[in-house]
Design a protein around this ligand. Structure first.
Ligand SMILES: *Cc1c(COP(=O)(O)O)cnc(C)c1O
Length: 429
């Protein structure tokens, strides 16, 4: 059920903004302008905006480098050797894990490959991977090439769960059913947390439980889930997860990604992995000895010297999450998204022909802040007109407009204005 008592008026939107305990955070971000006016930026699901103090945090690293050279790893208040710990603490809260279950490294697609090295071990009949249809292209390419690297045929090994014919959203029951049906052939279940196209949230706990019943590991791509919805990776017993941090985590283009590995694997001697010196026992790292001894935490999956400049941008962004409080952000996310749905319903009710089909599941536990609008009429025209007027949303073929109001920097007035502009365009076309 959606929130009742909403009102589609500027006064009401302003009232919600006035009551919003987090409204000051908007001013901590740099909001791009169009013709001198701040954009209505609903693309936080694509590239989150820049926190004002990102530059400062990067400058701290540049200064440290200037002052100390390589000694920067060991000197200064934010010595680079321990920088990682300042990142895993806030991330642990956001993804529902212990800090030692997270390693901040590389980027998303790379980390997915690395996690498959550990968690996709095809043997005998058990070599198939269950995933969602229409996964993000990079995930599809990752799976295809990874499977080929094992000498297997992707068409034979990758099983995609489809939405029912004519529908957009995958039924949860169909995923569980597919796990039961293929249980003795599956080597891995890999789903996204939130599908990038429809905004559908998958029931990660149910998928994990169902897979574990048959001894199948379950992993998740959290690109569109992290910093957006509530996650409990540890308690759900998820085996591994990866994410990028340039979407809802606002850490900049090509920001450093991260992986979660459940603690039950950290000291498992039988688990395969690709190694590198940054995953080697910290006390022995600089002794440069021959035998690889992985750190007994998720950090044992690290390979290379961390990108401290990217760490700095990540820290600046995570500071915002810590300051705002993750629970507060989730509360605002729900209200902001409910209001968004309300205004979109109002548009559909007020136009003579339905123009927007909302394909994101309406049920609260099955959606985050992104709403995907399947445009039934004049989709491209509406999209271009929105962009011209400084309303930033994106377009996915064949005719889906995705928009994501995010609680850190979007306002209720943004949502109201978006609705008014869309209504105006529809009435004029
Ligand atoms: C954004 C996104 C990616 C991008 O991967 P990179 O390796 O960071 O370029 C991959 N998968 C999903 C599901 C995404 O949403």
């Amino acid at each position: 059920m959606l929130q009742t008592g909403f009102n589609n008026s500027i006064e009401f939107a302003k009232k919600l903004d006035a009551e919003d305990q987090l409204r000051r955070f908007r001013s901590h971000f740099l909001i791009p302008c169009v013709k001198g006016r701040e954009q209505i930026y609903f693309l936080g699901n694509s590239l989150g905006l820049q926190p004002r103090h990102t530059k400062e945090e990067i400058n701290v690293i540049l200064d440290q480098w200037a002052s100390y050279g390589v000694e920067g790893f060991f000197l200064g208040p934010g010595r680079w050797l321990d920088f990682h710990e300042g990142l895993t603490r806030p991330l642990a809260e956001i993804v529902g894990a212990a800090p030692h279950e997270i390693t901040v490294m590389n980027q998303l697609t790379v980390n997915l490959h690395l996690m498959l090295v550990s968690f996709y071990r095809p043997v005998g009949k058990r070599r198939k991977i269950l995933c969602e249809a229409k996964a993000f292209p990079s995930d599809q390419y990752m799976l295809q090439t990874h499977v080929r690297h094992h000498g297997l045929d992707p068409d034979e090994v990758i099983i995609e769960v489809q939405p029912p014919k004519g529908e957009h959203v995958i039924r949860e029951e169909d995923i569980l059913q597919a796990i039961r049906e293929h249980h003795d052939e599956l080597a891995l279940a890999l789903f996204s947390g939130v599908n990038y196209y429809t905004g559908q949230v998958f029931d990660m706990r149910a998928v994990t439980d169902a897979a574990h019943e048959f001894g199948i590991p379950a992993g998740f791509d959290l690109a569109h889930a992290v910093g957006n919805i509530s996650l409990e990776l540890h308690n759900w017993n998820v085996d591994f997860a990866c994410w990028c941090s340039y979407k809802y985590l606002n850490s900049g283009p090509g920001a450093v990604g991260a992986a979660f590995i459940h603690e039950r694997y950290h000291r498992d001697k039988n688990i395969e992995r690709f190694g590198g010196w940054w995953g080697h026992d910290k006390d022995a790292r600089f002794r440069m000895e021959k035998e690889f001894m992985p750190i007994g935490t998720a950090e044992g999956w690290q390979l290379s010297t961390p990108s401290i400049l990217l760490y700095a941008a990540h820290k600046a962004a995570l500071d915002m999450f810590e300051e705002a409080g993750w629970d507060n952000l989730l509360t605002k996310q729900k209200l902001l998204t409910d209001y968004f749905w309300f205004t979109l319903d109002d548009i559909n009710a007020s136009t003579s022909r339905q123009v927007i089909n909302l394909i994101t599941p309406r049920e609260e536990r099955r959606r985050g802040c992104q709403v995907s609008m399947f445009m039934l009429n004049s989709g491209k025209e509406i999209f271009h007109e929105l962009t011209r007027r400084g309303v930033m949303v994106d377009w996915r073929e064949p005719n889906v407009v995705r928009a994501a109001p995010v609680p850190l920097y979007n306002s209720f007035e943004d949502v109201w204005t978006f609705g008014q502009i869309v209504k105006g365009i529809i009435q004029a076309t």
